[in-house]
Design a protein around this ligand. Structure first.
Ligand SMILES: [Cu+2]
Length: 498
């Protein structure tokens, strides 16, 4: 109904305008065409002058009125290192273009007023003016060169990637319709590899779970960063163009499907400091919920945000994420509360290609520490406390063969490291089997297996005189019970200090 009424109104308005036009035409015919033209010129030139005053006045009044809401002014000075350069450049450009804007608009409307058609006035004919043309070409050219060169210099600085010696945190943001997916590298500080073909509902980044760098990666629901630390954001997209936009940090970079981009920046103001800054301005004292005058003032609920700056579809608005800048301590605390996505959602499920026992970097670290501590303890134990033996609990062989499994290398590398830093240590590697099957074959296999461990160490550079190997077959069981558990215990590889 409302639409219908509006339609009727528009039709009536059109009829009114046509009728007014007809009346004016008729009036001019009565008064004479020329007289009517002069009168119209008079009104138009005067009105354009009034328009100029109102228009320029409104620009300055609105700029002043909104000064504390615009990025770069009032409380909104940049919260990042490079942001200050951008704001400075922006202001330099604003001054130059602002002065030109005001002058040209005054000239435009003043000329329209001053030289409007009047009775007995004739225009002077000027074909061209060399001096004038040189001036209006040279001055803008010089100013433009200055601005562009200055801007290019800043651009190269701001867009530079991490340098080799830099200390930084790398995180990843992937745009999708309609959310930002965020990834942190976990304890190893490295983001694992991805493959778009592996993307599924429970693998949103398409992480490759056979890459150990992926096992400790964290999927975060907000961006939390320590103040004063360099951050490199890897930016990618899963579907259409998005744009990674952190307005308060003057960070903006397109997320392009199939073409990873990045941005390096250093936050300089924590969320708490920014709120304090806002609290000094009247606009930010208003209640945060306009319907509830008792709600907290706006400055108290302020948060930095990550937005999408590319109109990427109908859910574009929902790509907002909160960004928190905190102290180094708070950052470490927050990181501790975050769980690796692999451990939480993939490990042990049907999607886990490591069901065979691939281990996370954290677990490897723990195993290494335990193993080295045990070696040290056994090495230094009293001479009368029995044989100095340590089991290699985390190595394995392929069935019926002396070929080491790939996972064995972690513990063997720890052993190698130990032998390297303890040059006085000589060891014997002993292979043991359970008592099932042919005893002679067991003896042979256990010898080969012990030898392949010794060979691994020698191939890495340990002197062959320090590492010997021996197969014991089933002659030295540690558990004589007739259970699978006992048999598993007996199948082992041991290190004996000599
Ligand atoms: Cu988007």
């Amino acid at each position: 109904m409302t639409a219908f009424i509006i339609f009727i109104c528009l039709v009536l308005l059109a009829i009114v305008i046509i009728q007014v036009g007809k009346v004016t035409e008729l009036a001019s015919k009565i008064k004479g065409e020329e007289e009517a033209q002069y009168q119209s010129n008079f009104w138009n030139s005067n009105l354009s002058l009034i328009f100029m005053v109102v228009f320029l006045g409104a620009i300055f009044v609105s700029a002043y009125y909104y000064k504390n809401s615009m990025l770069g002014y009032g409380p909104h000075i940049a919260a990042s290192k490079h942001g200050k350069t951008i704001d400075f450049l922006f202001n330099v450009n604003l001054w130059f273009t602002g002065i030109v804007f005001v002058l040209t608009h005054i000239a435009l409307f003043w000329f329209a007023y001053k030289y409007s058609g009047k009775r007995n006035h004739r225009a002077t004919f000027i074909s061209h003016d060399n001096k004038l043309e040189i001036i209006w070409t040279a001055i803008p050219a010089a100013v433009m060169t200055l601005l562009v060169v200055g801007g290019l210099d800043a651009w190269n600085d701001i867009m530079a990637d991490i340098k080799e010696k830099d200390e930084y945190i790398e995180i990843e943001a992937t745009g999708m319709q309609f959310a930002w997916l965020l990834r942190y590298p976990g304890a190893d500080g490295k983001l694992g590899t991805r493959d778009f073909k592996k993307i599924s509902s429970n693998n949103p980044f398409g992480q490759d779970w056979t890459d150990t760098k992926n096992l400790d990666d964290i999927h975060a629901s907000e961006i939390v960063l320590p103040v004063g630390k360099k951050v490199r954001v890897r930016i990618t997209s899963r579907d259409v163009l998005h744009s990674f936009f952190l307005p308060h940090f003057r960070v903006k970079m397109d997320a392009v499907p199939g073409m990873p981009t990045y941005f390096v920046f250093t936050p300089t103001t924590t969320t708490a400091e920014y709120r304090q800054r806002l609290s000094r301005y009247n606009e930010w004292q208003e209640p945060s919920d306009p319907k509830d005058p008792e709600s907290k003032p706006r400055w108290q609920v302020f948060d930095y945000e990550l937005a999408c700056a590319e109109l990427c579809g109908k859910g574009h608005f929902s790509m907002r994420r909160v960004v928190r800048i905190v102290s180094e301590d708070e950052y470490v605390q927050w990181l501790k509360t975050q769980k690796s996505y692999y451990t939480e959602s993939i490990k042990g499920t049907a999607d886990d290609p490591n069901a065979g026992g691939q281990v996370s970097a954290e677990e490897l670290k723990l195993r290494r520490e335990t193993f080295l501590a045990e070696l040290e303890k056994v090495k230094t134990q009293a001479a009368d406390a029995g044989e100095k033996v340590v089991q290699l609990g985390h190595i394995g062989f392929e069935t019926g063969s002396a070929k080491l499994t790939t996972e064995s290398k972690y513990q063997l590398d720890n052993l190698f490291e130990y032998l390297q830093s303890n040059a006085d240590v000589k060891i014997e590697l002993g292979g043991h089997t359970d008592s099932t099957g042919d005893a002679a074959a067991n003896l042979k296999l256990s010898g080969e297996r012990a030898k392949s461990v010794a060979d691994y160490l020698i191939s890495k550079g340990i002197d062959a005189s320090r590492v010997s190997s021996k197969g014991y077959g089933s002659t030295k069981p540690v558990d004589s019970a007739d259970t699978e558990e006992a048999r598993a215990k007996n199948r082992r590889t041991e290190i004996k200090f000599l």
